[in-house]
Design a protein around this ligand. Structure first.
Ligand code: FES
Length: 146
């Protein structure tokens, strides 16, 4: 059975003659990318009252997204960018996906494959990682949560 995604289109049954996935369609924002992931790589000194998303300075989360997007052949349509502090430090590590406006927190390396598969490819929000309600524009288009 098809799933309805962030764009309101059906996904998953592959027999509707349209794009095979959420990354096969042009960006709703009109740019070259369907998704732009901004991954907080801010680093603060140990013991800082707000903590930080990149305590060892390795940029491991961003590097994992880049590597897996490339491995899956999605790197031309989806960007995984380094970001400074997104001001959600207590929820970190954090990232935001535009133009969909999806904010995820407490993201681990283990979450990277499912964020790519579920959110980027299939257009489904992972409810347990969400730190803000979806923008009205996404919710109105029938965003799915898993
Ligand atoms: S350090 Fe990542 S949101 Fe502030």
């Amino acid at each position: 059975m098809a799933e309805e995604g962030l764009d309101g289109a059906s996904h998953g049954d592959g027999d509707r003659g349209g794009p095979a996935s959420n990354v096969d369609r042009p960006s709703e924002a009109g740019g070259p990318f369907t998704h732009h992931l901004f991954i907080c790589c801010n680093r603060r000194e140990p013991g800082h009252r707000r903590g930080c998303c990149n305590p060892d300075g390795s940029d491991a989360l961003r590097n994992a997204f880049k590597a897996q997007l490339k491995q899956r052949g999605l790197n031309a349509q989806v960007r995984a960018n380094y970001s400074g502090c997104l001001d959600q430090c207590e929820m970190g590590p954090t990232l935001v996906i535009y133009p969909q406006g999806i904010w995820y927190g407490r993201v681990t390396l283990a979450d990277v494959p499912r964020i790519i598969e579920e959110t980027v490819v299939n257009g489904r929000v992972i409810a347990e990682l969400l730190i803000f309600p979806l923008p009205q524009s996404s919710a109105a288009r029938g965003a799915d949560s898993i």
